[in-house]
Design a protein around this ligand. Structure first.
Ligand code: N7H
Length: 462
């Protein structure tokens, strides 16, 4: 693996850096943008392994581009069109596939929608403290960015105080391991081929993902390797991947109010234990992170925080019918592991062709009416349609998922107040009705996270 050419966020979620900032940039002038890019390349973090004894860095930076961004930077249309169709169309155009309607419709987005400023570049900044983040922002953006030619059109900050997402559940537990990249796998962690997450390598089909290329003549400095499959064109996308960015607002008060309303005792009194049980059934894990498959009756915080045990499970050996972890719970939809047809082994193979690397972080911000919170959802994948979009469309918002017929994902599905969640149980199943939407899209975009070589190519004067 060419780790020095791969951006660091592919290999690590930078868990030691609590503060992050997502800066959305519009390019007005290509020459100014290229000059700025040339100054920041040296600060971009790669996936290179630390030398023995080398301390962890107190700050990291990564950078990604939309399709219009690549165009604005001067990439020929002929090259832009070699990127995946979904990427070229952009996230807002894929609203139908993603279930982004009603309050989640792109027309209402604060970034990435049809009514907002075009986004060309996304700068992802991470640091140990707010002051260090400001220093990094000054070094990479405020300082060197020319006043003309580039403008920040949106900024999202995030502070991660602990491992929980805003509803109160431990997040960031289950991730695929990429063959040849990152840490050795934990017990239960599936190892998938590098081509599921990086262009230029074999994927779970034994093939290489489609490679964006440029004409031979468009690389007069010889910065890019010659394509093996389409010579004399040059490989542009090698060691890059697609990045999904979504701002997902969470109705935390509404979520817990709903759980409360469905679990009150016969005398009308709240039942905190039962409330947490219902929420866990919807997620598939307890707030501590303990999976329902391994802790079916009550939360087990020691299990939830134990990285060697909290993801070491499949569904079929002990829970084929969903009596512990409901078939339609968020985690069983988002990664069904061994629980799909026709056999558990086939199901694992299939599930591993639809994995994403999640790099999301919570956000919280003041608004005119109070506090808004949610998730900056970030996912990496080599194939937007087969990975992120497939999960969202075929598993999350599909009422016919895995033998169900009327349910959508109870946490992030596009429910409208009449949603249904079936909790399989003996002797009879329980059906929770009247589910609203707890998570609303507020903005987003599809980006390409290039390899370092492509970055140098983009920054080179024309
Ligand atoms: Fe989900 N939540 O708090 O309920 N998610 N998710 N997610 N999610 C997971 O295993 C959550 C979202 C996946 O391999 C956990 O890390 C919330 C989107 C996948 O077992 C929790 C939001 C998509 C997994 C949550 C949200 C996914 C996963 C358990 C939005 C993809 C791994 C902790 C605000 C389209 C499944 C963990 C596996 C796990 C929550 C969004 C996918 C607690 C609140 C948009 C693949």
């Amino acid at each position: 693996m060419e780790l020095h050419d791969i951006q660091g966020i592919v290999a690590s979620g930078y868990a030691h850096l609590k503060h992050s900032r997502y800066l959305f940039v519009r390019v007005h002038r290509a020459d100014a943008a290229r000059a700025w890019l040339a100054t920041v390349i040296g600060a971009i973090t790669t996936a290179r392994r630390r030398a023995p004894g080398e301390p962890k860095s107190p700050a990291h930076a990564n950078i990604a581009f939309t399709a219009p961004g690549l165009q604005q930077l001067g990439l020929d249309d002929d090259a832009v069109q070699t990127f995946s169709r979904e990427f070229v169309l952009g996230m807002a155009e894929r609203a139908g596939v993603l279930g982004d309607a009603g309050d989640s419709a792109p027309a209402r987005w604060t970034v990435g929608g049809p009514g907002t400023d075009p986004v060309h570049v996304l700068l992802l900044l991470y640091a140990t403290s707010a002051a260090a983040l400001d220093e990094l922002t000054g070094r990479l953006w405020t300082g060197p960015a020319p006043t003309a030619g580039l403008a920040a059109v949106f900024r999202q900050d995030s502070v991660r105080e602990n491992s929980n997402e805003p509803f109160g559940f431990r997040d960031g537990i289950s991730q695929p391991a990429i063959e040849g990249v990152g840490q050795p796998p934990l017990p239960g962690q599936s190892v998938v081929k590098a081509g599921e997450f990086l262009l230029g390598y074999e994927n779970e089909y034994g093939e290489r993902p489609p490679m964006p290329t440029v004409a031979h003549a468009a690389d007069p400095r010889g910065l890019l390797p010659v394509s093996e499959t389409e010579p004399p064109r040059k490989d542009l996308g090698r060691n890059g991947t697609y990045l999904v960015w979504r701002k997902l607002a969470q109705d935390v008060a509404g979520f817990w109010r709903f759980m409360d309303s469905r679990t009150r005792g016969p005398d009308g009194a709240s039942d905190p234990e039962r409330r947490s049980w219902l929420a866990a059934k919807l997620v598939g894990r307890w707030p501590s992170g303990a999976p329902l498959v391994l802790a079916p009756v009550r939360d087990d915080p020691a299990l939830g925080s134990d990285g060697r045990r909290n993801n070491d499970f499949t569904f079929m050996p002990t829970d084929p019918n969903g009596f512990a972890c409901p078939l339609g719970s968020h985690i069983r939809r988002a990664n069904p592991r061994d629980s799909l047809q026709p056999t558990p082994a086939e199901s694992v193979r299939l599930s591993n062709r639809h994995r994403i690397m999640r790099r999301g972080r919570p956000y919280q911000q003041r608004t005119e009416t109070g506090t808004a919170q949610g998730l900056v959802f970030i996912a990496l994948n080599a194939d937007l349609s087969r990975q992120f979009e497939f999960i969202q469309q075929t598993w999350i918002i599909n009422p016919k998922f895995n033998g169900l017929y009327a349910d959508k994902d109870p946490i992030i599905g596009d429910n409208d107040g009449s949603g249904v969640m079936t909790i399989q149980a003996r002797p009879v199943r329980e059906r929770i009705t009247g589910l609203p939407r707890f998570v609303t899209a507020r903005g987003g975009g599809y980006f390409f996270l290039p390899g370092m070589n492509m970055l140098r190519y983009l920054a080179a004067p024309r």
